[in-house]
Design a protein around this ligand. Sequence first.
Ligand code: ADP
Ligand code: ADP
Length: 234
Amino acid sequence: MIELQNVSVSYGDAIALYPTTLKLHQGQFTVLLGSSGAGKSTLLRCINSLHASQRGATIVAGLGNLANSRALRMHRRQTGMVFQQHQLIGRLTALQNVSMGRMGYHTALRSLFPLPAKDQSICLQSLDRVGLLHKALSRVDALSGGQQQRIGIARALAQQPKLVLADEPVASLDPATAERVLSLLHRICKEDGISAVVSLHQVDLAQRYADRIIGLSHGRVIFDAAPQTLDQAS
Ligand code: ADP
Ligand code: ADP
């Protein structure tokens, strides 16, 4: 569904991602695995054409080359992002934060309620999916780390995305919470047929949840395989 053709990124003289060609498939849960600085975040952002210095082409089925600004706008609209530090606004409620995924930041801030009924209902459903409907009216800074990240997931879901890009979504959580949050993200993506690309540094989590693991080191893809074959490949 998404094809990267010779995509590369440099920061000045430093190459963050060497030319990379790969196809991402509809409905798959793909994990980008590698240590800090390997290029996971850089590759993830290329899928959304978020780097000014990006070279090569990103082609999305049904939309075409993201060099086309209309295709890029459509693609970003159907792509939910989840971040390590979740990037929620602490002084706003869970529901207000989730509505930003649905309405866009500026629209949501301008009209911080009432939302149109249909949008409000989708936002509440998204909170329900992550088990936090009862926290809809709580300020986000009063929630635990695991709950905040589940709100981050709900915000992405409120966009009704076809694709979720998650950059180290569980890196700030203790191991047990990390597993629960990743398992939740995995289950929702599978239930809704959402494609996901998730960066992680934990091999065990990647092996348990990934359909496909793309290993990165020093800006290069060093393996690309189903998790069962990882032991031989690494
Ligand atoms: P990962 O997500 O695997 O930790 P990144 O994609 O963030 O890796 O980084 C890949 C490389 O690019 C690293 O060497 C990092 O230092 C470098 N890098 C990332 N962002 C910047 C930036 N804004 N300016 C300069 N170098 C950067
Ligand atoms: P934290 O550890 O950060 O407080 P948890 O992920 O442990 O957050 O969740 C807190 C509570 O919410 C737990 O009792 C857990 O069982 C429950 N919970 C977690 N995920 C869901 C979910 N998807 N649906 C319903 N309840 C959930």
